[in-house]
Write a protein that binds this ligand. Structure first.
Ligand code: NDP
Length: 328
């Protein structure tokens, strides 16, 4: 290769590497974001996915996924998300690892900052998800997916004929506890106060269920078990009134102390509902034309991979229509 050829080639590679404007940028790489990417890429929109701090999203903290259609034998959560990603990349999606640190939706094209990198786009799809609030114990982190879960619908099935603990006193905790009674023989709800926060109807249902019992005024101090040796074996409970600690045997722990939508980045720019989730109308449109939201960041009810994928698909179609209208 001649020197000039080398320089031209080098500059071309640099220019390609430095591409910073995209027609569509997708924030988040869970089921919603990557489904949006598959659809946007197949529409030749060459989307960019900024993966976020947990590439693959919430499914990467679960083990077996047995309710995603198309996998009759089940699939591991991280593997499923890897397949989503491969499928998105096959059609020309570019993915970059990184966490978005700022967005400016007040000017067009929209501006996105991810650390030292900045990007612009004509349409933005937000799929930043929601994070289950966790207790913050080291053992909880270690045993996540090995008996510790934040989703009974996802993981309850694995606790057939077992004994489980649910942490929390709100509607989610009651719902999770009731759901778990389909599988577990005993569900112990551990709540930090002596009064539930859950709605009366949910409280009544839970209290009437013979498989559910309550451990009041208590918190989890530690979780026992080893991921390589069957996972969770029990917990250490601390009674907040007496200060006394006791060991309690169980096979699984469901943390149900609420979820937090990942919307901080958009504060003051996008409308949120009373729980902080992004508000959408006409499918996945937000209050800013050209900005779409899908997955758990705009839906606090269903929180399933399949429902996230559904809205990711919708967001890509909505974004495509928006871009067409711009071009017209
Ligand atoms: P909530 O915030 O209502 O409840 C969280 C629960 O977890 C509270 O009981 C709280 O205790 C406890 N908690 C919080 N942090 C900790 C901690 N660090 N350690 C121990 N316990 C903790 O969240 P939910 O997810 O239950 O509900 C969110 C919203 O969604 C609510 O408005 C609820 O009504 C709604 N929802 C409705 C459903 C339905 O109608 N079917 C189903 C699920 C949710 P404390 O009470 O002491 O603050």
């Amino acid at each position: 290769m001649s020197f000039i050829g080398f320089v031209v080639g080098f500059c071309y590679i640099k220019a390609v590497e430095k591409k910073s404007h995209y027609r569509v940028v997708i924030l988040g790489s869970g089921a919603a974001g990557l489904t949006a990417a598959i659809y946007a890429a197949r529409a030749n929109l060459e989307p960019l996915v900024i993966e976020g701090s947990q590439p693959g999203g919430q499914l990467t903290i679960t083990t077996d996924v047995e309710n995603y259609p198309g996998f009759p034998k089940g699939i591991l959560g991280p593997e499923l998300m890897e397949e989503f990603k491969r499928q998105a990349e096959r059609f020309g999606t570019k993915t970059v690892f990184g966490d978005v640190t700022g967005v400016n939706l007040k000017q067009r094209p929209f501006q996105i900052t991810a650390g030292k990198e900045s990007y612009t786009c004509n349409a933005l799809i937000i799929a930043t998800g929601a994070s289950a609030k966790l207790l913050g114990l080291e053992s909880e982190k270690k045993l996540m997916g090995y008996g510790v879960s934040a989703c009974a619908t996802c993981d309850g099935f694995f606790f057939k004929e077992k004994e489980v603990v649910v942490v929390g006193g709100g509607d989610t905790a009651m719902e999770e506890a009731l759901f778990l009674t389909k599988y577990a023989t005993k569900v112990s709800v551990v709540h930090r106060r002596s009064e539930l926060r859950a709605s009366k109807i949910m409280q009544d249902r839970a209290k009437k269920n013979p498989r559910i019992s309550f451990i009041w005024d208590s918190v989890l101090d530690d979780i026992y078990g080893n991921p390589k040796d069957g996972g969770v074996k029990g917990v250490r409970l601390k009674n907040l009134r007496s200060g006394a600690s006791q060991d309690f045997k169980c096979d699984g722990i469901f943390i149900a102390i609420g979820h937090e939508p990942n919307t901080k980045l958009f504060a003051g720019q996008l409308e949120v509902d009373e729980f902080g989730y992004l508000k959408t109308h006409n499918g996945t449109s937000t209050n800013v034309p050209g900005v779409f939201a899908c997955g758990d960041v705009q839906n606090r009810i269903y929180r399933q991979a399949i429902t996230a994928a559904r809205s990711g698909c919708m967001a890509a179609i909505d974004a495509e229509k928006f871009l067409e209208s711009l071009e017209e």
